[in-house]
Write a protein that binds this ligand. Structure first.
Ligand code: F3S
Length: 293
């Protein structure tokens, strides 16, 4: 049986950077270290950071002293201002692509436009973006929203190109003056496209990642969409030999918040369960492409 690991499985650039900053801060700090919400949607990484003294808190108001790490989604500017006012040290791990979207939102607001954000209303990145987009900004998911004649449009970094184009077509009929910023990060698109291609040439797909990770769940949905039996696991301990019965080829992919070490352990366990050797050149090549974290 062959095992092929997706080339883009695991951490994206922004998540990798945020996790590295969190581990470095834990190593170098003598004072308490906090993250506003879990640094990534991966319980293993969050637990490891906690063992090293980094605590995830939902509400920053309880933090009296120490260092606060801003995760890759970014936060509302009011939160930053409140942390600064209390004299807390801030490590900004906002993904540079998200920062670019925040700057674009502020630019559109300063042009006097109503800013439309295409994205999930409760996603932390969108909540933060709205803070830069001004009080009359609106979030477009799939429901109609009130639109002024002069607008600026951008999106959550992880929306699909199709959804963004659909939104633009809807606004195009109503606004007379539109300034568009393309703030989509293609890491998500590339991973999703690659996952679908891998699913097409596999008999079984294994999707590795936290159950609370939206982008991991989306990968599993896409695999099912191409009609392939798909199993989602957080760790190798959940794998079962019966899932691979009769399969000639297993595809493995992982969400943006899944460490490469977890993917490696999953592949190793699949090999054990299926008595598959690691000698095949193709398999080794795709496996070795995984970056180290
Ligand atoms: Fe950044 Fe794109 Fe990842 S916006 S956090 S590199 S999905």
């Amino acid at each position: 049986m062959k095992i092929e690991v997706a080339k883009y499985a695991g951490f994206c650039f922004g998540v990798k950077r945020a996790v590295q900053l969190a581990f470095e801060t834990a190593r170098d700090s003598r004072n308490p270290v906090y993250t506003l919400g879990p640094i990534i949607h991966n319980p293993e990484v969050v637990a490891e950071l906690e063992r090293r003294g980094v605590k995830a808190v939902a509400d920053p108001r309880g933090i009296r002293a120490g260092t606060v790490i801003i995760r890759s989604h970014g936060v509302h500017p009011d939160v930053i201002a409140a942390l600064q006012k209390r004299g807390l040290r801030i490590i900004d791990a906002t993904c540079p692509f998200v920062t670019k979207a925040q700057r674009a939102a502020a630019e559109l607001r300063d042009e006097g436009r109503q800013v439309i954000i295409v994205g999930e209303p409760h996603h932390p990145e969108v909540v933060a973006l709205k803070g830069y987009a001004g009080p009359d900004s609106v979030i477009f998911n799939d429901q109609p929203v009130p639109i002024k004649p002069r607008i600026g449009v951008l999106s959550q970094t992880t929306v699909s190109e199709d959804d963004f184009v659909t939104a633009l077509l809807a606004f195009g009929k109503r606004a007379t003056d539109i300034h568009i910023f393309n703030t989509i990060c293609n890491a998500t698109q590339i991973r999703q496209r690659e996952t679908m291609e891998l699913a097409k040439r596999s008999d079984v797909m294994i999707v590795v990642g936290g159950r609370n990770s939206a982008n991991t769940s989306r990968l599993a949905e896409l695999c099912k969409k191409v009609g392939k039996p798909t199993r989602s696991v957080e760790t190798e301990r959940e794998l079962r030999a019966a899932w691979f019965k009769g399969a000639c080829k297993v595809g493995v992919t992982a969400g943006a918040s899944t460490p490469a070490a977890t993917v490696r352990r999953v592949v190793k366990r699949i090999r054990e369960l299926t008595n598959t050797n690691a000698g095949d050149r193709e398999r080794r090549r795709s496996f070795d492409r995984l970056p180290n974290h």
